[in-house]
Design a protein around this ligand. Structure first.
Ligand SMILES: Nc1ncnc2c1ncn2[C@@H]1O[C@H](COP(=O)(O)OP(=O)(O)OP(=O)(O)O)[C@@H](O)[C@H]1O
Length: 183
């Protein structure tokens, strides 16, 4: 958690290995992430802006990620359908992403990450676009993967989401404090 601009997205992107840190290192179990290709391959991200392929259908977006992770086509289709059902986007499976609402797109992005059964799941404001019912669904499904041994890291502004996590880390907006104090 942390104020807007405090660096939550930057931190998740760095933890995901997509953005090299300006200083410091990302360690997992005491070992640099760069030296753990298996762990890196087992990471999944839910991006704040979803990062879906707009010219594909919702189902194809999930399937493409599974195919890229090495699943056979039939299995990718089965896993995609099953996961989309869990986050209540099945009825939009055949719709192009651009035809979906922001909340629906966000749930497709969550389905895409969940379907991969990652070792580490990094989710950036994954409930921000959801109404109360769907927020609970998304959160329940995300938290469920922790029972299967997945590490889940969520960036959120929502205290109710944070309340359900094991640990809450507060980021301070260092840049803003500096500029305010003139240092
Ligand atoms: N691509 C970029 N290049 C340069 N600066 C950036 C870039 N992306 C973000 N920043 C800056 O880094 C800081 C942290 O941004 P970040 O998006 O990580 O914050 P956040 O905590 O996720 O914010 P929010 O809650 O609004 O999503 C901000 O000052 C932002 O302007």
């Amino acid at each position: 958690m942390g104020p807007s601009g405090s660096g939550k997205t930057t931190l998740l992107t760095t933890l995901g290995g997509l953005l090299p840190p300006a200083a410091g290192r990302v360690l997992a179990g005491g070992v640099p992430l760069d030296e753990q290709p298996e762990l890196r391959a087992g990471l999944a991200l839910v991006f704040q802006s979803y990062g879906l392929l707009s010219l594909l259908t919702a189902a194809e977006n999930v399937e493409v990620a599974l195919r890229a992770a090495g699943r056979e086509p039939a299995e990718a289709m089965r896993l995609a359908a099953e996961t989309m059902e869990r986050v209540r986007v099945s009825k939009f499976a055949g719709h192009l992403v651009e035809e979906l609402s922001g909340g629906q797109q966000q749930r497709v992005a969550v389905a895409r990450a969940l379907a991969l059964r990652p070792k580490v799941l990094l989710a950036d404001e994954p409930t921000a676009e959801q109404d109360a019912t769907h927020r609970a669904v998304v959160l329940d499904e995300l938290l469920a993967v922790t029972d299967e041994g997945t590490t889940l890291v969520i960036a959120t502004h929502d205290p109710e989401v944070a309340e359900r996590c094991d640990r809450v880390i507060e980021l301070r907006d260092v840049a803003r404090r500096r500029s305010r104090s003139g240092t």
